[in-house]
Design a binder for this molecule. Structure first.
Ligand code: IMP
Ligand code: MG
Length: 178
């Protein structure tokens, strides 16, 4: 069975309207939870989280700063789960409330590494907001405070997510099948 439509585009899993509605709900919850914070920093993980991050943060009224990490997994031949920080955040997060924003939690290695690092550096609080969660794929425990959608173990693209740098600008989340 083909998972793509006639134009060769990935089959829609989550539509733009569904993304928008869920993002608005998450933003409302986050706005409420941080209403008394005067030290919020939203930290995105490049590049996959940018579409979601922008749409989410535009809806918040709490004052905040933004910053970014970029990570990659080490190539084959090294320990599974070893994460390389290619770009570190610029801001100090000591005594700050950090809201980490990620596109998807798959094995959990990336987020586990970043969460540990943020705590080690003395953040006052650290919470995770992930658009997508592949719960069945987790290899390490990662508590998600704000989760957009739970999905099956399929490879998804669009709305920031890529396959080999393709499809990031699709307005929806689709299932990629090679
Ligand atoms: P981790 O396995 O939880 O460390 O996820 C690492 C990264 O792999 C995520 O931040 C995504 O950038 C990427 N990734 C995992 N699953 C998918 C997917 O289904 N589509 C696109 N990228 C993915
Ligand atoms: Mg990512």
């Amino acid at each position: 069975m083909s998972r793509s439509d006639e134009n060769g585009l990935p089959r829609v899993l989550i539509s733009p309207a569904q993304i928008e509605e869920r993002t608005a709900e998450l933003a409302q919850q986050i706005d409420r939870d941080y209403r008394d914070s005067d030290r919020l920093i939203a930290v995105g993980v490049l590049k996959g989280s940018v579409f979601f991050m922008v749409d989410l943060l535009k809806r918040l009224s709490v004052p905040l700063a933004i910053d970014f990490f970029q990570t990659s997994s080490y190539g084959s031949g090294t320990q599974a789960g070893e994460i390389h920080i290619r770009k570190d955040i610029d801001l100090s997060i000591r005594d700050k409330d950090v809201l980490l924003i990620e596109d998807i939690v798959d094995t959990g290695y990336t987020l586990r590494t970043i969460l540990d690092l943020l705590r080690f550096r003395g953040a006052r609080s650290v919470r995770l907001c992930a658009l997508l969660n592949k719960k069945a794929a987790h290899k390490v425990e990662v508590p998600i405070d704000y989760c957009g959608f739970e999905i099956e173990e399929v490879f998804v693209v669009g709305y920031g997510l890529d396959f080999d740098e393709h499809y990031r600008n699709l307005p929806y989340i689709g299932v990629y099948e090679s």
